[in-house]
Write a protein of this length. Structure first.
Length: 181
């Protein structure tokens, strides 16, 4: 789960690190695993993903609150080196004042966000109060119906409440990175 503010973005991820938090090597491994894109397509998608991340490093960044399923952190996407780099990147990004990362632990069992990872974008305008974004293998899905967005917000709040606290989550991610051989 992720949240940014322009807003804010919050959301959940089940088997992957959210796109706004991926390293280039991790993103490339994700896109190659889909076996749908040719080399040029993979490169364009990775470049686009990394370009969007620049929003987190600007002077007045949006708030990003991301809940990542523990399974996503244990899956060796791209192999040990890529995954170690990815986990260290998460620890580094979590030091940013506008970024909060929580881990949803395996021991907590099933959760409502497992069905489909999503991001809720909350904007600082009346015209566009919020939008739900769901990434799919081919095309993203956007939901702007406010009643539906409220349902996703309930799911998000439940997952945040059951996830490890932010500081504990970041320590855990660092420990996972140290354990990768």
């Amino acid at each position: 789960m992720q949240q940014t503010a322009g807003g804010r973005a919050h959301g959940s991820a089940t088997v992957l690190v959210p796109g706004l938090l991926q390293t280039p090597a991790y993103a490339e491994a994700v896109f190659r695993a889909g076996r749908v894109l040719d080399d040029g397509g993979v490169q364009r998608h990775v470049e686009g993903r990394i370009a969007r991340q620049k929003i987190l490093w600007r002077d007045n960044p949006p708030i990003l609150w991301s809940v990542i399923d523990e399974a996503a952190l244990r899956k060796l996407v791209g192999g040990p080196e890529v995954m170690r780099e990815q986990l260290c990147h998460l620890v580094e990004v979590a030091r940013r004042p506008a970024v909060n990362i929580q881990v949803f632990p395996d021991r907590a069992g099933a959760h409502a966000a497992m069905v489909a990872p999503f991001t809720i974008f909350s904007f600082a305008t009346e015209q566009y109060p919020a939008l739900v974004y769901m990434e799919t293998p081919t095309n993203p899905v956007y939901q702007d119906d406010q009643e539906e967005i409220e349902h996703y917000d309930v799911i998000y709040r439940q997952v945040v409440a059951e996830a490890l606290p932010v500081e504990e989550s970041v320590r855990y991610i660092a420990e996972l990175a140290d354990r990768i051989e």
